[in-house]
Design a protein around this ligand. Sequence first.
Ligand code: HEM
Length: 160
Amino acid sequence: MAANHHAKIPTLYEWAGGMPVFVTLFDNFYDKVLADGILEPVFKHMSAAHRLHVAHFVAEVLGGPKVYSESEGSHFLMIKKHLKKHLTETHRKRWMELLLETADELALPPDPEFRSAFLAYLEWGTRIAVINSNTDEVTEDPDVPMPRWGWGVPGGPFQG
Ligand code: HEM
């Protein structure tokens, strides 16, 4: 067992590199989205602030500051943004592909522990988005809290 196992375990947000990493990740990602034949039609009407809001949302879920939920929206409002968008598995797969490609280009931490937790959240979030996009009502409580994603089974980042 690592000698420093009592040291404070960083959040996924901290391990990724903090807010500038998330802002750049989604900035570059949505540039790719708008240049993509499958996703451009879905996102062509998004607001200029969309990419920043999603960066703040994901950062908060991964343990970052509550920028999204305290000044931009809530989990409930995020769900509502997806209603009736009629997203398909084809859209979702391309979304995942482009986001993971961007993460590699920006050299987000490559350790198995970080990537497995990051991917788990993205799989969960994108599949929820597809489900919500094919309905026209939210069954969740408007006060449902933001999810807070952790390291899962590995418990923390790679210790060499
Ligand atoms: C973890 C996964 C996801 C998260 C955290 C997320 C988050 C968000 C957030 C926070 C908004 C509101 C943005 C704003 O306030 O401007 C939003 C809107 C939206 N999302 Fe997602 N989303 C996810 C997955 C997806 C996927 C997979 C798709 C489609 C392939 C999608 C399509 C959209 C669309 C079309 C909108 C509305 C854009 C508009 O205002 O025109 N989302 N999403």
